[in-house]
Design a protein around this ligand. Structure first.
Ligand SMILES: O=C(O)COP(=O)(O)O
Ligand SMILES: [Mg+2]
Length: 227
């Protein structure tokens, strides 16, 4: 019998990455002679991948009109971000205990993020989280990425699991749309980054505290089993 697969988004779900993501963005905008973005606004730019974040931040200031300009600024962003990737970013409270719980139950664990794969692994390595996961997939792992449902479905299969016996944990519209399209139940974590209020996105569950995650996941898996 296939073990259940628990799939985590990364930014805003496993790790509170905004201090380093937005810190790098502020540095870059200053270096470009532009105004810093508002912190709350900037947080909500996270979740679609780093290049779309840079593109939107430049557009908010009337810049980034050509693909060459976006590519060039993005290149500099990645170099700077990589240097401080885990300087202030930390796992959310309760998440490591939840991962240990799922592993002890024999469940398969995976990361499905829109971060570049290399950067996702580097961040997880620096925070000693990589060892928890069967597979880590990023923006550039497959020909498609979230919100395309196949990013999630391929991740579950590559972890050795079955999409009919899986739960995703995510924080943004991107994750919720992905899971809904893949017909995988989703737990929306309220501590992350979302431009749209979570209740408007209709996730299966909204969770405020990861100490409640094992019981929530068990409930969703039981519901999926009788569907
Ligand atoms: O926007 C990003 O860089 C990636 O974000 P994610 O880990 O929430 O998919
Ligand atoms: Mg996220």
């Amino acid at each position: 019998m296939t073990a259940p697969t628990i799939v985590f988004d990364l930014d805003g779900t496993l790790v509170d990455t905004h201090p380093d993501l937005i810190g790098t963005l502020s540095w870059l905008l200053e270096a470009e002679g532009l105004d810093p973005v508002d912190l709350v606004q900037a947080k909500n730019l996270i979740g679609h991948g780093m290049k779309p974040m840079i593109e939107k931040a430049l557009k908010l200031q009337g810049r980034g009109s050509t693909q060459d300009e976006i590519d060039e600024v993005f290149g500099r962003y990645v170099v700077a971000y990589e240097k401080r990737i885990a300087a202030a970013s930390r796992p959310y409270p309760g998440i490591v205990a939840a991962l240990d719980h799922f592993a002890a139950e024999g469940m398969l664990l995976a990361v499905c993020t829109n971060k570049l794969h290399r950067l996702a692994v580097k961040l997880l390595d620096e925070l000693d989280l990589t060892r928890h996961f069967q597979v880590i997939t990023g923006f550039d792992t497959y020909p498609v990425r979230k919100p395309h449902p196949d990013h999630l479905i391929f991740t579950i299969r590559d972890a050795g699991g079955d999409p009919a016996k899986a739960v995703m944990i995510g924080d943004s519209e991107t994750d919720i749309r992905t899971a809904q399209a893949a017909r995988v139940p989703l737990v929306a974590y309220s501590g992350g980054y979302t431009a749209i209020p979570l209740p408007e996105l209709n996730p299966d569950v909204i969770l405020d505290d990861y100490h409640d995650l094992p019981a929530t996941v068990a409930r969703l898996l039981a519901q999926a089993a009788v569907r």
